[in-house]
Design a protein around this ligand. Sequence first.
Ligand SMILES: Cc1ncc(COP(=O)(O)O)c(C=O)c1O
Length: 440
Amino acid sequence: MKSRQQKEKSDFRYNTGDALVPWDAVAVKPDPVLALDILRFLAGPGENTDAYNRALERVKEAVQCLFEHGEPATKLSLGDRVKEVEEFAKSYLDVKHASFLVNWTAGYDIALDMAGVGPGDEVIVPAITFIATASPVLRKGARVIFADVQPETVNLDPKSVERLISDRTKAIVPVHIGGYPVDMDPILEIARAHDIMVIEDAAHGFGGTYKGRKLGAVGDFGAFSFHEVKNITSLGEGGILVSDSDLGAQFPMARFCGFDLESPPPENWLYNVSPIRSKSGFFPATNYSTTEIQAVALLRQMRRNEEITGQRRKVARRMHDAFANIEGLIPGPMNDDTFGATFHLFLLRVKSDVIEGGIQAFKQGLAAKGVTQIAHFCPLYHYDLFKALGYDRDEIRQTCPNAERAFCEEYTHLPVYGLSDERIDYMVNAVLDTAKMLRR
Ligand SMILES: Cc1ncc(COP(=O)(O)O)c(C=O)c1O
């Protein structure tokens, strides 16, 4: 364990030499009671049975014993574990810069700032995505420009993007919905031709690939989500922002208030606070720091990511093969050498001219059989937020016919992880039975 004197420069708060009254005396330290509370939370409260109480007693003793022999953590935020997460991400994704932050949205916020997005600018996002892909743009006073999607993946359609470029476009945001890779090459080509930055929403795409590159590492910036419903999680919330751009070297400062330990500090002070350089100027940073506990949880799962994704891919293959030749059903594309989906969600489409009532009736049929619908990707311009901001819903929907048809008639997402073989069989049969029942 490092002594106080061995602490690195970035640990400026501890960098005060040996002291009888150290800096870390300002905060409550982890103790066995806290550790036990966390374990009980994670394991669930349990019934108040004899067996549960005996188990609790045993764990209590073990935790007490561990604390007696260990040296309780004092650095709880932005320490060595957070660095380890970032080193792992850099090597796994083959990128120069990676920063572990509170969530995907925080990473996106920094990427938008670095791309120079400000009042009056435009950012192109797909009509079908989670609201977080749009709201940070609005919060910068910029305008969200909705692009249509490709029916096969429900992902951003490059042809639609091309038509929407204007003098004000500052960024294009391809979203790898469900972990299915966006066709990035034509988007990059358009972006390069117009000097526009590409920010990948790889919230669902950690470990996915496009033409041999990891998703998130293809554009200028990429952000991943480790929220509790993603493929892997840092205990509920978390995100990683990556980039190969020189701007990415500033991620540590951008993630933590612009703290600058390289520039000379003001007289009589410990650190400086610097502006963060963007493509077109600079911006002030805010605080998106993560904790060591989040990092511990994420590291374990990141190291298992290939295994976890492999399991998803197996189930997806099974479901794909079961649906591929069924009249009225179109499963999402399967992986090949250039297209490596993570299958965060399994994309299922129905042909609305074959299935009576289209996807809406289909979803009801599945719900009646107890099959969960992952139901959060409505075209964003349907939300009241956009109406309040003066967006014309009817006008926009005319420009996004694929998104309208996909949402109203064609697509749903199914879960593929952590299900027993019996449950997967049940879900497959529920889909097949529903198709049979609704086929015209
Ligand atoms: C496509 C997409 N983008 C962004 C986000 C936001 O991620 P976070 O909650 O980590 O900010 C989500 C979360 O569900 C998402 O589904």
